[in-house]
Structure formats: C-alpha cells, structure tokens
Ligand binder design. Structure first.
Ligand SMILES: Cc1ncc(COP(=O)(O)O)c(C=O)c1O
Length: 304
C-alpha cells in the first residue's frame, strides 16, 4: 500500500525519486530549510513559534523601502526587468561598492542582480563546475573548500551541480578563523574555489583587515593562485554597534580579478522576502551567470 500522497497522485516508476537525477538525489536537503518549513507551517496554524532556523531579521525594512515598494506597485512596475537586473539598481550597487569599499566596477559588466544572493551562489557554482570538459577527459579542478561550521547550503549547493566539497575544520579556540596554515593544509591543484563567509554564519566570526590580507597573501602563493575566492558578505552590515566596518575581500589588491562578491538586501535591510541579492564579479563570470539566469528565472523580482 502506498503513502497518502502516492494514492492522491500516482507515481510512475520513471518518476520515482530513485529514477530522478542521482547527483541531486544523493544530496540531503539543508536541515535549516526543513526546520524553517516546519516552523512556517506551525505559524500558519496559529502556533506561537520562535524560529532560529534561518537568519532572518525580526524587524521591518526601513519605511523608505516600504514606500518605494508601494510606489513601484502603484506605478505598475510589475513586468520583467532586464535579465541582469534593472540598470538603475545595478548602478546603485556599483556606487555602493565604490562608497563602501573604494572599488570601481562597471554596472553593465560586473554586477548582476538575482532572486537573493542564494541564486547568485547557485549560478556561480554552476559556472565553476567542470561541465562536459570532465567527461571529455580534461582534468578540471572540481573541489570547493568550505570552512566549517558552515551555513548548510555551502555544503549542499556545490554537490547539486556536481562539485565536491572539501571541509576545512575551524575551531572555537581559534575563533573559527581560516588561517593561511589551515588553508595550505587542505588546498590542492584540484581546488576550484573557496567560500569565505565574512561575517560568518553560523559562527559570527568577523575577520580583521589584517587577517584577510594574510589569507590573500597565502592565496597569492604560486600553489594557490588557481583558487577562485567566493566572498559571501551578506551579513557585512550586521555587527555590534561601534564595530569597524567589514573589509571586503573584493577590495584587496592582491586578489584582484579572482574574487566574486555576494551580497544583498535580505539581512542588512530586513528584506528577506523581497528576494534581491547581487553578485559583483569579473565580466566573464557575470556573463556566464547571466546566461543561466536568463533561462532559470528571466530576472529578479521587479518590486524588490
Ligand atoms: C551565509 C548566507 N549566505 C546567503 C544567504 C542567503 O541570502 P539571500 O536572502 O540573499 O538569498 C544566507 C541566508 O540565510 C546566509 O546565511
């Protein structure tokens, strides 16, 4: 006898879970997302639940954001935007990167807006995966270094696109920091990229400029120069009052041309549901990720 769901909608053998994409089938869903789905269901059923499963601010977005969203609806800004993101928004992001990090980027070539930085990350990992080159026998680096403890999606998402995850264990005694020594110990010629989340989720670790420069120095050593740096800086505006602004890996001259910055408005402006995230990257990366985005979602939310 089947489950209740199977009785409602029968499942042909060729549509059974085991018959679907085995790469994806082998990856367990991030536990935080499952927990979040459960708590949302409980909330919808009227239960008083406090969910610590996802990193969502419990305050409202600034009133300017709410007013602008209302105005966007009143002005019927409800169509598709340009696939890479509305140009005024990309320009605003480029201006922001200049103001905050002192780096000039071209809004047309270096900036892409997606439905959350999560979509940026997925598209970036897809772009970094070896693709058919591996099947043709061309050796391509296919390992992603993920410092742990890690946000669960850093461990699952690479595997969804066929990349392998190399865990870099950090310790509470050392403040959960990745040091040049730890990095050298796990990096190999097969390493495609490292994900550095600063400030870190779930550890809360904030790197000083000097600590980031030390890492950049190590990544610039001949044996590590092939490694792409994925800088997830989604929490860079959340910190203890008075703390120094976060340095961006994207701004470090030693790593110029090798860093992809991921950021967005979910955490900084409490706009998680607006689904607006962005990538700032070398032009070819934006071009390839743009190609994926055009086919996957056409564009990000026009109201966000
Ligand atoms: C480290 C990290 N990166 C990215 C995200 C996703 O953010 P977004 O809402 O921009 O997709 C989260 C959300 O929890 C996160 O914790």
């Amino acid at each position: 006898m089947g489950t209740e769901d199977e009785d409602m909608v029968p499942c042909a053998p060729e549509l059974r879970y085991e018959a679907l994409n085995s790469t994806i089938g082998a990856v367990e869903a991030p536990v935080t997302t499952l927990l979040h789905a459960q708590t949302v269901e409980m909330m919808e059923a009227g239960k008083d639940v406090l969910s610590l499963a996802v990193g969502a601010p419990d305050w409202d977005p600034p009133s300017t954001v709410m007013d602008a969203a209302r105005k966007a609806l009143d002005d019927s800004k409800t169509g598709y935007t340009s696939s890479q993101g509305a140009l005024p928004l990309r320009q605003a992001i480029a201006d922001y990167v200049m103001r905050r990090h002192g780096v000039q980027v071209d809004p047309k070539q270096n900036v892409m807006v997606s439905n959350g930085s999560k979509q940026c990350l997925f598209q970036l990992l897809s772009a970094l995966a070896p693709g058919t080159a591996a099947r043709r026998g061309v050796a391509m680096p296919d390992e992603i270094i993920v410092p742990t403890p890690a946000w669960p999606s850093f461990l699952t998402m690479p595997r969804l696109v066929g990349l392998k995850v190399t865990r870099l264990e950090t310790s509470p005694e050392a403040g959960f920091l990745v040091t040049p020594e730890l990095l050298r110990a796990v990096a190999t010629p097969k390493t495609r990229a490292i994900i550095l989340c600063n400030p870190g989720n779930p550890t809360g670790t904030r790197y000083s400029k000097a600590q980031l420069e030390a890492l950049a120095g190590a990544l610039n050593e001949p044996a590590l120069q092939h490694i792409v740096v994925i800088a997830d800086e989604i929490y860079d505006r959340l910190g203890v009052t008075g703390s120094e602004p976060c340095t961006s890996l994207f701004a470090l001259p030693l790593l110029r041309g090798r860093v992809v910055m991921l950021n967005g408005v979910s955490k900084a402006f409490a706009m998680c549901g607006f689904r607006i995230g962005f990538m700032v990257a070398p032009a070819d990366v934006v071009r390839m990720c743009g190609k994926i985005q055009t086919d996957v979602t056409s564009c990000a939310s026009s109201i966000g």
